[in-house]
Design a protein around this ligand. Structure first.
Ligand code: ZN
Ligand code: MN
Length: 469
């Protein structure tokens, strides 16, 4: 059996960095969000950002953790170019909390993933590898904008048995983190260290995988690599590896013999922290968890369980979007059907988030009204929403630009004449009793009219026409 465990680093969406008042945000210019503290100047002293503690505790509440009464920070010493102090301020002996769990749904079966611990730490600076990857760059550049950014590290027990389970977990985790407003997928980074082992082997740790695709490839490659070593009678050594996204393989970084002793010591520039008042504050200000939102959507808007679940599972923006639209639109069932149906499908297909798609509640409701008032057919609606997602142009504008107003009966009849002429075989089949052929003929009319013919009227006219032939 394969055993997989994760060490996940998520960037908390605090206003400022963890130990100084520099902005916690990306910048195109390197080294602008910096000060003596996050540059690690000798003599500078860290000051804790309480917002980071509160947000980490919210994560702890979400993951059902046992909180420590007290926590403190430690120095993790190692030498690396991204770490100017030569130590990272992190937590070791007493983290925020331990022994929690998070439930995932694996093909209908609920699986409990145990959470070993979560702690707060600072991110080191960013190393930019120039002229190659981590293993063969010509030289590196350093950007201290990232130095001191608050991270919450979430460590799981090795409870996963496949890359699929890991992906299900990560998607749910990132969605929940956004729902409780401690993480923003558009601004914050996340990355995972993935530990993989198979029976009779030692575990290997793959560092810094930062995408779902990467996680999947790294785990699957690692399982095959370890299995083939064992099959050939070799030993699987304990080692640290790097995931190479361009080859979809993992590469050796260091073996256990080279494993570093971090020499943790208590951080003398910070005190220890009593957590009880922070826990109280986070409990009082804990946003609705997804399970609660689902219940509310079902109760308040009479949504089906399925639609409510899909709305919540995705980007939390969908719930907001739905609620904004529903203020302007009566038929909540139809609204939710279009969101979880065609809107989702089109966003997925184009691999866009709702945020990137420029879809606005006003325009979306206007689009539904166009269909309700029979100005466009549902079928044309399905076409327009594709373009809406792709180009960000609202359906009403698309309709006017393309002159997609509904055809008159006479215009439909003209097209029907043409379709009948072009498909004598189908017409014959119909008249010989194969009534189902009519759907094909209607489809032909729709194609020719770019779905601007009303399907109901088309069917009536076509039936009449075929009878009189
Ligand atoms: Zn700073
Ligand atoms: Mn860490």
């Amino acid at each position: 059996m394969v055993k997989i465990g994760l060490e996940i680093h998520v960037q908390l969406n605090t206003r400022t960095k963890l130990f100084c008042s520099c902005k916690n945000e990306a910048s195109k210019k390197p080294n602008v969000n910096t000060c003596p503290i996050c540059l690690g100047m000798p003599g500078s002293k860290p000051l804790i950002n309480e917002e980071a503690i509160k947000k980490a505790i919210k994560i702890g509440l979400m993951l059902n953790l046992n909180f420590s009464k007290k926590m403190f920070f430690s120095r993790k010493s190692y030498f690396y170019p991204d770490l100017s102090k030569n130590y990272q301020i992190t937590q070791y002996e007493l983290p925020v909390g331990t022994q929690g769990y998070f439930l995932i749904n694996v093909k209908g079966r609920i699986k409990k993933i145990r959470i070993r611990r979560i702690h707060i730490e600072e991110d080191p600076a960013q190393i930019i590898h120039v002229g190659g990857s981590i293993t063969n760059a010509e030289y590196v550049l350093l950007d201290y904008n990232r130095s001191g950014v608050p991270l919450c590290e979430i460590v799981t027990e090795p409870d996963f048995e496949s890359s699929e389970e890991v992906i299900i977990f990560m998607k749910k985790l990132l969605s929940y983190l956004q729902h409780i407003k401690v993480f923003d997928i558009r601004k914050c980074k996340w990355r995972c260290d993935v530990n993989v082992s198979i029976p009779k082997g030692n575990r290997s740790e793959i560092k810094n995988v930062g995408s779902f695709k990467g996680i999947k490839s790294a785990i699957n490659y690692e399982i095959i690599r370890q299995e083939s070593l064992i099959n050939k009678g070799f030993e699987v050594k304990r080692e640290t590896r790097h995931f190479n996204a361009s080859t979809n393989t993992t590469e050796l970084l260091r073996t256990k013999e080279e494993e570093i002793d971090y020499g943790y010591i208590f951080e003398p520039d910070l005190t220890s922290f009593e957590l009880s008042s922070y826990i109280k504050d986070s409990e009082d200000n804990m946003p609705e968890l997804p399970e609660e939102i689902i219940k509310r959507l079902i109760k308040e808007y009479k949504l089906s369980k399925n639609n409510a679940e899909i709305l919540v599972q995705k980007d939390p923006l969908f719930v907001e979007f739905f609620e904004k639209c529903s203020k302007m639109y009566e038929n909540k069932k139809k609204l939710s059907n279009w969101i979880v149906g065609d809107l989702f499908k089109c966003l997925n297909f184009q691999e866009k988030s709702l945020f990137e798609s420029k879809i606005k509640p006003n325009d979306f409701v206007d689009f539904l009204n166009l269909m309700d008032s029979k100005k466009i057919t549902e079928r044309l609606g399905k076409e327009l929403i594709k373009e809406y997602v792709e180009k960000g142009i609202p359906p009403r504008q698309l309709m006017n630009r393309k002159n997609l107003n509904l055809l008159s009966k006479k215009e439909i009849l003209n097209v029907i004449e043409k379709v009948i002429k072009e498909n004598p075989k189908s017409v014959k089949d119909y008249q010989e009793g194969k009534k189902i052929v009519i759907d094909f003929l209607i489809g032909e009319v729709m194609k020719k009219t770019r779905a601007t013919a009303d399907p109901k009227i088309t069917r009536e006219l076509l039936e009449k026409k075929l009878k009189n032939k």
